[in-house]
Structures are given as structure tokens and as C-alpha cells.
Design a protein around this ligand. Sequence first.
Ligand code: NAP
Ligand code: MG
Length: 408
Amino acid sequence: MRDKVAPMKNKVRVEGIVVEIDGDEMTRVMWAMVKELLLFPHLEMRTDYYDLGLPHRDATDDRVTVEAAEAIRRHGVGVKCATITPNADRVREYGLKKAWPSPNATLRGRLDGTVFRVPILVRNVRPAVRNWKRPIHLARHAYGDVYANREIAVPGPGRGELVFTPADGGPPIRETIREFDGPGILQGIHNTDASIRSFARACFTYALENRISVWFSAKDTISKTYDARFRDIFEEEYAHAWKDRFEARGLEYFFTLIDDAVARIVKSEGGMLWACKNYDGDVMSDMLASACGSLAMMTSVLVSPDGPFEYEAAHGTVQKHYYKHLAGEATSTNSMALIFAWTGGLRKRGEMDGTPEVIAFADRLEAAARETVESGIMTGDLLAVADPGPANRRVSTADFIAAVAERL
Ligand code: NAP
Ligand code: MG
């Protein structure tokens, strides 16, 4: 793929290669601006570029997504723009060969990672929950469950079964799910002990690094085999490998039902890692993001147990804003989480390569972005929830990035 070398002097040199994954719609528009105004003027950086924009995924029969995952494995650090997960409307809109699978599901499946999300806090945007004083870090298991399901639209009467056929030729294990007397629906989901264990390890590692406690929640009272396995593996892993180190730092691990966890989180002061199963994490991270001001203030990193990291914004391609942009209207789309995807990737690159100047650049860029918002210059999503201030003003997508560039 394309290699970019910016040839100017006095720039901060990024030693290792960053895998750059381009995407769709409004985030694709902002992606180019962030690179042009915030990154390439200051960095000498080589990127291994993959275009996951929907037209190119379609042209390559989605091979480009698999290639991007392999590249992240090879180079260790990827930064990803938001991408469209096509549905029937998108198939029509883009004239696609088919509804390609979610790129994020493909990447997560291949990297078997855990997604950690943490909101970007700024002084003038307070969380909707008054007692939250510290950020709530959320870990989403990024493998299996409903994201790798098989579904059947049941046409009429018949038996729905769950069947496991052992590889060693032993007798199959069968469970009847339902004797249908009419049309309905069926779904099969799975997970693996290995993935759950690496999820647990990723959570405990992340929490120790960030010096925070771990809360894990599931629905083990209802799902006595499936969710209970998650609970048991977490407990085993904690007792076996982490308990001493956690206690020595005054940290804890505790398990509770997902509904109890939700109630406790709302009453807490924050400052913990909340580990969630795949679906719970998907939903709860959006709730946390908007409770902390805006979907555009939520960062996301996929940590693979084999070492690689992939950074992105938690939000999507901001389709509605993109249509306005195409119609020539001014947009006010927030690029904070996209900027923080890049700084996260650069900081990790700096750690891996032993280049403190790259880490320092990432710190400076984050500070410039935060201070821009704190100075009152912000996009519409934040202006609606920020503390009132005489200097507050709503700026366009491009003007926000330009203001950050100026401050940087
Ligand atoms: P979205 O892009 O996250 O946007 C939903 C709404 O949230 C927007 O309409 C906007 O609200 C607000 N918003 C999100 N990001 C914003 C930003 N940076 N600045 C300002 N406002 C922001 O979700 P969607 O519209 O449901 O999905 C669009 C596409 O994104 C879909 O095709 C989906 O497949 C894809 N998607 C991709 C990812 C990913 O790649 N990680 C994640 C989720 C969705 P207002 O309209 O009220 O201003
Ligand atoms: Mg979600």
C-alpha cells in the first residue's frame, strides 16, 4: 500500500509505521483535515494506508479490511477512521455488490481484542450525572456473542435445536431451543474460554496500568452456563494472577449483575474500569459518551492480547452532517475523538519505539484540543451542553480544527 514520507526538517520523527485506516462520510472529511492541519506539518511519519471507504471495500470484495487487520498485526499500531456498516439502504445508495460485514467486527474478530473507551473530559462540559468526578473507563469484550451470531428466520412449525458435534467423533450434544408451532426467529451465539480469558487479562492489565479498580457485570442469574462462564473465568484469573497486585495498590475487583452495575455506576463517583460483555459494552459506551457531553468526546482503543493496538473514535461516520456537507451547508462536526485516536496511536508508537518526543507531541496536541474547547471555541454538539461563558462560540468543522492548529 501507499507509503507517505513527509520530507521537511525540524519535524518530530515517528520511527515505526502507523497503519492508517481511512473511512467514510463526515469522518473521512475530518480525517483529511486533521492530517493536513494537525499532523503532517509537525511530524515526519510513514503510514501504511488502507482505504476502508465503502466504495473501495466493495471494489476489493472487502479484502482491504482483512489486509488492514494483518497490517495492524505486523506494525503494532493502527489508527482508524469511522466506517459505514452497510445495510440494505447503503447497498442501494452505493450500488454495492452485497452488504459487506461490519469492518469493526472483522478487525475485532481478527485481532481478538478488548475495546477500552474513556471519555475526553474538559473543564467546561460537566457530566450529566453530577456525582461523576473521575472518568469511567469502559472495557468492551470485542469478540463473539451477538456480533458473530447465526440467525434463522423460522418459516413455520418445526424444532429449533442447538447442536454441538465433537471433532473427535463423539456423540453430538443437542438441546431443543423451541418446538415452533408457527413462524419465529432463532439465534445462535458463541464465545471461547480463550477469548474470555484474554478479555479478563486485558482488563486487569489496563486497570493496573491506570490504577483503577475493575467492575465486571453479566447476567449470570439468567444465563447460568454462558454468562456464568464469563464470571467464573474472571474470578479464577483474578484470584490466580492479579489479586495480590490489586490489593497492594488498594484496588479491587468485583462482580455484580449487569442491572445492579448500571444502578451503582450512576451513583458512583466514577474512576473505575467497568468491564462489559460485547453487547453491554456497545450500548453502555454510547450512554457514557452522551452523559459526558457528546458521542464525539469518547475515545476507543482495541487492545489485542497478541500486542497490537487500534485507536479510533467511538462514534460513527456522522451521516446526517455529511449530507449537509454534500449539500454545501456549513457543518459543525466535532473532531475531538478523531484527534484523540491519532494522539493515542502516536503515544503508543512513541512508547514502542522509545521516542519520548513523539509522546510529547501527542500530549501537546491533546492539550491544544482540550484548551480550544475550554477557551470557548467549540462545535455545536458541545455548545449545547457546555457551561455558559462569554467567549463561547459555535464554530464550523473546519474552523475548529484550524483553531486547534493555531493553538498547537
Ligand atoms: P453516528 O455517526 O455516531 O452519529 C449519530 C449522531 O450523533 C449524529 O447524527 C450526531 O447527532 C451525533 N454525532 C456523532 N458523532 C458526532 C461528531 N463527531 N460531532 C457532532 N455530532 C456527532 O451514528 P449513525 O449516524 O447512526 O451512523 C452513521 C454510520 O456510521 C452508519 O453507517 C454506521 O454503520 C457507522 N458507524 C460506524 C462506527 C465505527 O466505524 N466505529 C461506529 C458507529 C456507527 P446530530 O445529528 O443530532 O448532530
Ligand atoms: Mg454502540
